[in-house]
Design a protein around this ligand. Structure first.
Ligand code: NAG
Ligand code: NAG
Ligand code: NAG
Ligand code: NAG
Length: 259
């Protein structure tokens, strides 16, 4: 999609920059007012090092970030941009978040990463409705994303028998439904004893093979964080390639994305 060796491509990209940079500034102002872009967590990838202020690395990264903002990725809530010699930037919105909502989350995430991980070559930030990941491609370790995951749960207990088994069954059920969505996203509700539980799953739509990887990714996350989510009234388990959440209340919009 992007070749750093192509001078022509660079030239075109750079000419887009001025326009886009202005847009980005405007978006930042707007999104700072929006509470729907709730911050969840972040991770600065310390092992990938930092770049120098004013370096060509910084300039090129800024350019890539602007290009993503100018693409139509927000329509479908997913964007990936790779410069083989520099970075891989991946951005994904929650499946019910697209268009301006998704764009706003991106602007918030870019600003959030700059503030929380200034000049780190690699960093990840999770918001309620999007995740932004910047990985320095020069660092091969950075490509294996085994460490970048987190679980946040409601400490309140939910007394439901076999909660773990019930959730795992429902999780698989939701994964089966991601097929219907080009966003690899599914949300739904089910009965857990006397309670109604609302759940959601999402995978990166570029995982290959799509369905099996999605299922594997979610199962791994669930296994790894059992102690965090099992028997709780709500939890978010966040990776970069997949994530899931459940609550006792509805938390996603009914609207599905544009197809
Ligand atoms: C905040 O996000 C909501 C959608 O979640 C949107 O309807 C609203 O226009 C946004 N507000 C601002 C100030 O961006
Ligand atoms: C940034 O882009 C320029 C122009 O294509 C290139 O010459 C330079 O090597 C890049 N810098 C880095 C650190 O990749
Ligand atoms: C990537 O690594 C190569 C050789 O290992 C080095 O020459 C190059 O400067 C590095 N690029 C960046 C952006 O760190
Ligand atoms: C979602 O759909 C259900 C029925 O499928 C409806 O009862 C509910 O009001 C809808 N919620 C929103 C936020 O549209």
């Amino acid at each position: 999609m992007y070749s750093s060796s192509s001078v022509a491509t660079r030239f075109v990209l750079i000419s887009i920059l001025a326009v886009v940079a202005t847009q980005l500034l405007l978006m930042r102002t707007v999104s700072s007012l929006n509470m729907t872009n709730a911050y969840l967590n972040h991770k600065c990838l310390v092992s990938q090092g930092k770049y120098k202020p004013g370096s060509s690395y910084e300039e090129n990264l800024t350019l890539i970030i602007s290009i993503i903002a100018s693409e139509d990725g927000f329509v479908h809530g997913y964007s990936n941009f790779e410069d083989p010699e520099l970075v891989s930037v991946t951005f994904q919105c929650r499946g019910d978040s697209f268009g301006s909502k998704c764009r706003s989350c991106y602007a918030t995430a870019v600003a959030g990463l700059r503030r929380r991980c200034p000049r780190y070559k690699g960093a990840i930030i999770w918001y309620d409705q999007c995740v932004l990941e910047i990985i320095s491609t020069n660092n091969t370790e950075g490509k294996i994303d085994k460490d970048n995951k987190v679980c946040m749960s409601n400490p309140k207990k939910m007394n439901v028998d076999s909660f773990r088994e019930k959730w795992m069954t429902f999780l698989d059920n939701l994964v089966g439904r991601t097929f219907k969505s080009r966003y690899m996203y599914a949300a739904g509700d089910t009965r857990f004893g006397t309670k109604k539980l609302y759940g959601m799953v999402q995978c990166r739509n570029v995982l290959e093979p799509v369905y099996k990887s999605c299922q594997q990714c979610l199962r791994n996350l669930a296994m790894q964080f059992q102690d965090c989510w099992n028997g709780k009234q709500g939890a978010r388990v966040l990776g970069t390639s997949c994530n899931f959440r459940f609550e006792l209340y509805p938390f996603v919009s009914n609207k599905s994305g544009p197809n």
